[in-house]
Design a protein around this ligand. Structure first.
Ligand SMILES: C[S@@+](CC[C@H](N)C(=O)[O-])C[C@H]1O[C@@H](n2cnc3c(N)ncnc32)[C@H](O)[C@@H]1O
Length: 342
């Protein structure tokens, strides 16, 4: 007998419910992210952290919070590469619903929720695309929720989305013709806003598969991954279920949260008179962001092969690792949402 769930509930159970995919599996066994591709990504994040630390005036404690940390590889990589002078002041926290990875260095804290009062850098690589969300389909009578049978992946239409979801669709993902589908990103907006309210000072960066208002995919992006391959998105717990992120909507939610945070902090500091400021937003591509951090993929001069063959090979390997992270049509197309409170 079929059981009909909204996609948000089905994803929640499949990924994070009892024996859910992410509580059971090592993500790197199923797909490759920028973090797992090479140490170059962690080095670039470290450069960003150093800049934030400098902007904060090198405080006695500086945070690095890795949200959706998975196996903790990024947090461990940044800590290992941190220079003396920063390393002793660094407080590194991995945040994931999954339990603490066994091999994680003891200095790294592990939490199931984002801590408050962060001063430093938050990085969330491929987190938001795994935050469960509902799917709507346009009909002649307006949007209807799509229901799914978790065992088979079969779908049918349910009720109209709630008012808040309808408002989100109208603002961020208007559908035009019957049969079009939209992924209702409101839970991702809320997830990201919950990070921004915890950022006391510094910068928060979300890196993900993204799309923007001008070019939403008309039939959505719901996808499954298992053992390194794309599979149909059946929410039975056997595979990752992911959908690209409406990163512009998350940016707007982060700005609202930033303004509210600034108002509250200002009100407290001014005896209720209110505060100013919020967060400053940059929305860009991974290619642009990493080029700005010196990740260029430039190959070594070929003459080096004659004078220092070993050095040449090392530099060539490094160049190809960098090139993968900034490749157009690949990881370079990922969106970077950067929100700073500095
Ligand atoms: C695709 S993996 C990314 C892992 C790692 N950041 C990387 O880039 O390799 C997404 C991770 O986000 C975690 N996650 C999803 N929702 C979460 C939440 N609300 N709080 C903490 N972690 C969450 C999942 O458990 C999973 O480990």
């Amino acid at each position: 007998m079929s059981v009909w769930l909204t996609w948000r509930v089905a994803m929640e159970q499949a990924l994070y419910g009892e024996n859910g995919f992410y509580l059971r599996e090592r993500p790197s066994g199923h797909f490759r992210t920028s973090v797992g591709a090479s140490p170059v990504f962690a080095e670039a994040v470290l450069r960003r952290l150093v800049a934030v630390d400098d902007a904060l005036g090198n405080p006695p404690v500086v945070d690095l919070v890795d949200v959706g940390a998975g196996e903790g590889e990024l947090a461990a990589g940044v800590l290992a590469a941190a220079p003396p002078g920063l390393r002793e002041r660094l407080r590194v926290t991995g945040v994931d619903l999954a339990s603490r990875p066994l091999s994680l260095p003891a200095e790294i804290r592990w939490a199931h929720a984002v801590p408050g009062g962060i001063r430093g850098l938050v990085i969330a690589n491929e987190w938001l695309d795994n935050v469960p969300l509902d799917v709507a389909e346009q009909t002649a009578d307006g949007p209807r929720l799509v229901l799914v049978d978790p065992a088979s992946g079969a779908e049918r239409l349910g009720d109209s989305p709630c008012d808040a979801d309808l408002a989100w669709l109208a603002r961020w993902w208007p559908m035009h013709s019957p049969g079009e589908r939209a992924e209702i990103g409101r839970p991702r907006d809320e997830a990201w806003a919950s990070v921004i309210v915890r950022l006391a000072a510094g910068e928060a960066v979300a890196v993900d598969y993204a799309h923007f208002l001008a070019g939403r995919p008309p039939y959505g992006t719901l996808t499954g991954y298992r053992d390194g391959s794309l599979v149909p998105p059946v929410p039975d717990g056997s595979c990752d279920i992911t959908a690209h992120v409406a990163l512009d909507a998350c940016a707007a939610a982060g700005e609202r949260a930033g303004r509210a945070g600034a108002r509250d902090a200002g009100a407290e500091a001014n005896g209720g008179a209110g505060g100013v400021g919020g967060v400053v937003t940059t929305l860009t591509t991974q290619r642009r962001a990493l080029l700005d951090l010196g990740v260029t993929g430039t190959r070594p001069p070929v003459e080096l092969a004659h004078t220092d063959p070993r050095g040449y090979l090392q530099a060539l390997t490094r160049a190809s690792q960098e090139a993968e992270l900034i490749a157009t049509g690949g990881l370079g197309d990922f969106g970077w949402l950067v929100q700073s409170r500095l």
